[in-house]
Design a protein around this ligand. Structure first.
Ligand SMILES: *Cc1c(COP(=O)(O)O)cnc(C)c1O
Length: 257
């Protein structure tokens, strides 16, 4: 063996070890998280398995998604359009993955997201809904996608417009619009609790907003609430889908915006 091929095989071996370590880490974290969600369900008198886990993989490499896929995960949440589109392209060999877009979305990115996202969780304006509807229609026409886009409307639980989300007063009009859009399917609501409010108080408010939406739009059953730090409170208040990054993946390599 030449010196350089010996060096190559040493670094290949180091890479295999790293990937085995990461697999072991993610396997343990996924088991612990699934148990945590089940325990939260039991504590809230809900059936274990009634809350879906959406792994949030933003800022983590595509190789982590491949590991989670091997472990049985089929949905992944991403929050930055460019990063997500890159991973979607790179991971085309993983069949049956559903890509869930959970971050703030600018209208000029709607067309791209419409080609690969199964669901957008952060629709909070009529203009964005219009842009997504036409993007999805174009993607359906060109054969880039086969199904309508599931839409969750992001609700603001404080009055801070910079954090995204629509206020109560505009929610019904936006829901109406999404329902009427040919290429969008109103699936439910998403919210992120304000930092300075007890999660239980914020999620109780969200549950009230959701139940009033359901009386007009009975198919909008999804309620995406709860993250690494507050999923128990969200499950107590009817969450159907927790979006978990840190508690599964570890700290993000760079802090997210
Ligand atoms: C990053 C992110 C999450 C995950 O947050 P963690 O605290 O790391 O679990 C959930 N929802 C949204 C919208 C996010 O951007």
């Amino acid at each position: 063996m030449t010196e350089s091929s010996a060096a190559t095989s040493r670094s290949d071996a180091a890479q295999v070890t790293r990937s085995q370590e990461r697999t072991a880490q993610l396997t343990a974290a996924l088991t612990a998280l699934t148990e945590r969600i089940d325990a939260a369900c039991r504590a809230a008198d809900r059936a274990p398995g009634s809350v879906r886990l959406l792994p949030v993989t933003k800022f983590h490499p595509a190789s982590d998604i491949e590991i989670l896929y091997e472990l049985g995960c089929r949905e992944f949440g991403e929050s930055r359009e460019q990063e997500a589109a890159g991973k979607v392209a790179q991971l085309g060999h993983l069949s049956r993955v559903r890509w869930e877009f959970i971050g703030r979305l600018q209208r000029n990115k709607a067309k791209s997201v419409a080609t690969w996202a199964n669901t957008v969780y952060s629709v909070d304006s009529e203009r964005l809904a219009t842009a997504l509807d036409s993007g999805v229609r174009a993607a359906l026409d060109s054969g880039d996608r086969e199904t309508p886009l599931r839409v969750l409307i992001q609700v603001s639980l404080d009055e801070d417009p910079t954090r995204g989300g629509v206020g109560d007063e505009s929610l019904l009009a936006l829901a109406e619009q999404v329902e009427k859009s040919e290429s969008l399917q109103l699936a439910g609501l998403m919210a992120i609790p304000p930092m300075d409010v007890e999660p239980d108080i914020a999620f109780a408010r969200l549950a009230r907003i959701h139940s009033s939406l359901l009386s007009e739009h009975p198919k909008a059953r999804e309620l995406s609430a709860g993250m690494s730090g507050d999923l128990e409170a969200a499950v107590r208040h009817g969450s159907t889908c927790v979006r978990v990054g840190t508690a599964l993946m570890g700290a993000r390599p760079i802090t997210s915006a």
